[in-house]
Design a protein around this ligand. Structure first.
Ligand code: PMT
Length: 222
């Protein structure tokens, strides 16, 4: 499939937020439109990869050229879909904004407002999808994203190490950057290097990211 930089490779991309239900009418979720991840999936397909896109709840059409789209809602559903797809994958790029916590219990009926009283919601920790993959003896080349509001380099390098990643793409979020916008800027970090990708539209940025991923993948597998 394809003849570009990722020809004959299976690539899994995650995109969008996860939603964790509180009751039948409420949820907690992360801010993400899915634009960055969908642009990465499109760029990987343009580079010749066979792309599986695992998407949280977003309102975007599937990019042209991808082989498969799997729609999920919660972090647990995203983990199951990603682990299944990654059994056959060469590269996993995690652009999804996965919820770190979910309500410890999901109420079957709509919770009633108790006027004049605060409500306490108990949260349980979600599994870390990237960390669960890197713990497997064989796993795809792993590219994470890091969304940070401050100390971007420190936190991104920490996640690269802690989650056992081959590369991490860090973006500063807030102040009109990162989520929901048409533009973004990334700094890519790997064990012995880094590169800045200055602010541009997400499609152009995704093509640059894919070129670096292809190069690092080939070096790592050489
Ligand atoms: O969708 P857009 O509106 O275009 O916005 C794009 C974006 C800002 C959401 C995107 O560029 C981005 O940064 N995505 C990652 C956001 C995030 O959740 O980062 P994090 O620092 O919380 O997580 C670090 C990495 O671990 C991510 O690759 C994430 O997918 C992964 N993760 C996180 C939690 C978890 N339980 N499992 C995971 O695998």
């Amino acid at each position: 499939f394809g003849d570009g930089a990722l020809a004959r490779l299976n690539v899994v991309v995650s995109a969008g937020p996860t939603f964790e239900d509180i009751d039948p009418v409420r949820f907690i979720g992360n801010r993400s439109s899915g634009k960055m991840g969908f642009a990465v999936a499109a760029a990987a397909a343009q580079a010749g990869a066979r792309v599986t896109l695992v998407a949280g709840p977003v309102s975007l059409a599937a990019p042209a050229g991808i082989a498969r789209r799997i729609d999920v809602r919660s972090a647990a559903q995203m983990q199951a879909a990603v682990l299944d797809a990654c059994a056959q994958a060469d590269i996993y790029i995690a652009a999804a904004a996965v919820g770190d916590y979910r309500p410890a219990e999901v109420a079957e009926r709509k919770l009633k407002k108790q006027a004049g009283a605060d409500m306490v919601l108990k949260l349980a920790e979600n599994p870390d999808i990237l960390a669960s993959l890197s713990a497997q003896p064989t796993h795809p080349f792993l590219v994470g994203f890091a969304a940070e509001t401050h100390e971007v380099a420190n936190y991104a390098r920490g996640k690269l190490q802690r989650k056992g990643l081959d590369m991490i793409a860090a973006n500063r979020v807030g102040e009109g950057m990162g989520f929901e916008t048409a533009d973004n800027a990334l700094t890519l970090y790997w064990a012995d290097g880094e590169v800045e990708l200055p602010r541009t539209d997400k499609a152009a940025l995704a093509r640059q990211l894919i070129a670096h991923v292809a190069e690092r993948y080939k070096t790592a597998r050489a």
